[in-house]
Structure formats: structure tokens, C-alpha cells
Design a protein around this ligand. Sequence first.
Ligand SMILES: Nc1ncnc2c1ncn2[C@@H]1O[C@H](COP(=O)(O)OP(=O)(O)OP(=O)(O)O)[C@@H](O)[C@H]1O
Ligand SMILES: N[C@@H](CCO)C(=O)O
Length: 326
Amino acid sequence: MAVYTDVNEDQLRAFLAEYDVGTLLSYKGIAEGVENSNFLLRTSGGTYILTLYEKRVNRDDLPFFIGLMDHLALKGLSCPLPIERRGGGHLGELAGRPAAMVSFLDGAWLRKPQVQHCREVGRALAEMHNAGHDFAIRRKNGLTVTDWRPLWEGSRERADEVQPGLRDEIDEELAALEQNWPSGLPEGVIHADLFPDNVFFIEDRLSGLIDFYFACNDFFAYDVAICLNAWCFEADGAFNHTKGMALIDGYNTVRPLQPAEAGALPLLARGAALRFFLTRLHDWLTTPEGALVVKKDPIEYLRKLRFHRQVASGSEYGLRAKDLIS
Ligand SMILES: Nc1ncnc2c1ncn2[C@@H]1O[C@H](COP(=O)(O)OP(=O)(O)OP(=O)(O)O)[C@@H](O)[C@H]1O
Ligand SMILES: N[C@@H](CCO)C(=O)O
């Protein structure tokens, strides 16, 4: 569920009066998502998504997130366009929370993405990387290698409750990643959470990207690694090489990966798996039983991490020899 803050009709009408979107026809809470409260609004001017930013989103980051969607949409990327207020700016306040409205995107996310969808995601990711190059605001990645240890410290003592031996395994893994994390790779604005539920398709055509609330400045190839994890494993835990190759080929058609990026992929994929393992583990251990939020399985990401640890070369992800040679 993701309606933490209720909104009544009077509050909403007063909020909408600040925008040039016509009058309210209907609104309803959206159950999907876990971070913020989202509503689907219909007005005489169109259909919109209203987001009330909840506690986990830092208010100081909102100009980056909203400015980025605006920047990318104006560059032609299919993503939500923030709606401007009559007096300028995009951010308002509703029911005591910072709030913004964005355009509604048609399409639906895929429960079982296939090879051609992975290719489309690779292409769209590279288009986003290119479109973000002249975005003026910067945001540090709050979940990069230096942030993993404090996150781990919060769960470490209870880790063996989730799986015996986990504490030692992650201690070792984290130390290895801290020591070997790459530097100097090409960087820019990345999405950092481009999972299937954040990519819409209409039939087999990608129709849009949503949820830019983890976006930040980091290595482009780290974003590719996040997508390999999120899109290219099968339900039984096996990595699908054909999907990996399609995702990378799709990416390369727009922004060819440099050999140094290709070479770093196994390590970046391990790090990306650890990052989602750690946030899921934290939520797993701290979300009260009976909360309406669906807890995501950390062990899924532990398995991915173990897979990447034994990868000897990027060719196992579908990288071709020419991508790996400098
Ligand atoms: N612009 C949009 N157009 C259409 N539907 C949208 C749009 N933005 C959000 N949604 C819908 O709202 C849901 C939640 O949005 P979103 O993923 O941004 O929320 P969140 O609380 O930030 O979630 P998450 O837990 O994924 O970070 C989406 O799954 C989608 O159904
Ligand atoms: N995509 C994240 C959830 C929040 O964005 C995960 O699957 O762990």
C-alpha cells in the first residue's frame, strides 16, 4: 500500500486551485509503491498523479527529483512531467506534506519481462543517461559503497536469524567491495532503481520510466549493473545470458559502454546486489508484522550476489569480446 496520508476533498480542491488543471472530477489512492503516498486524479484538464512525499524522502532532495523529471521530459524522454503551479515552481504542500503533481503515463509494468523488453530497457536507460548530461543539479548517491557499512551495522547482529552464516558472509563481501570498488568510470545522472515495476510498456513497446526518487550522480555502468540484476534473472534464480546480452546490446546502441566500464561490470553487479540485499534486509528486520507494506525478500538478492561473485568475465553477462578489449 502506499497511502500513508489521507487527503480530503476540500484540501485537494484548495491545492488544485494553485494549478491550471481544471476542476476535480475524481481521485483515488494508489496501492502500489512503498515510499510515498500516491493518488490518481482526474480533473476537467486531464489525468495526473499526485504524490505526497513521506518521511523517508529528504525535502532537500525534492528540487533534484522534480527538476530531473522536468529536464528529462523536456528532452523527449518518456517520463512524468511535473505540472507547474500558477505562481511558478512545482512543489506545493498538502495535508502537511510536500506534494507535487505529474503527468499520467499510459502503460503497465511487466510481471514477466522477455528478451525484447530487456533490450528496450537497456536502450531507455542509455537515453536517460545521455539526456541527463546537462542537468544542473547534483545529488550524491546516498546508497553507494561508503553507505553500505552503516546500513549493514544496523542488521548485522540479527542477520543469522534470516540465514545461518549470513553475518560472516556479508562481512567478507563488504570488505572485498570496499577494497576493490572502481573509481574514475564515466558518471552522470543515473536512475538507480530501474526495476520492472518502474518501467511501463504498451504491448511490447516501452512507454515510459517512472519513480526517479533514488536518482543521483554515480557511474553509468552501475545503473546497467542494477538493471542486469533486476531484469535478467529468472524466477528460479538462474541468470539469463540472452536477456543480459539484449540489455547490454540495447544500451550500446545509444551509449556504447567503454571497455573500462565493461570490465568493471562483475564488481558493479556484486555491489548493486549487495545494495538491494542490505535495504531489503533492513526492511525485513524492522517492518512490523501486519504492516500493509509488502516486504521484499532479501535472500533473492543474496543469491544474485553469490552468482556475481563467481563470474570470471563480463562475457558471462552477454558482453561481446569487442566490448571488453580496450
Ligand atoms: N506518472 C505516472 N503515470 C502512471 N502511473 C503512475 C505514475 N507515477 C506513479 N504511478 C503509479 O503509482 C505507483 C507508485 O508509484 P512509485 O513507484 O513512484 O511510488 P513510490 O512510493 O515512490 O514507490 P517505490 O516503492 O517503487 O519507490 C506505480 O506503480 C504506478 O502504478
Ligand atoms: N526496487 C527496490 C524497492 C524500492 O525501490 C527493491 O526491489 O528492493
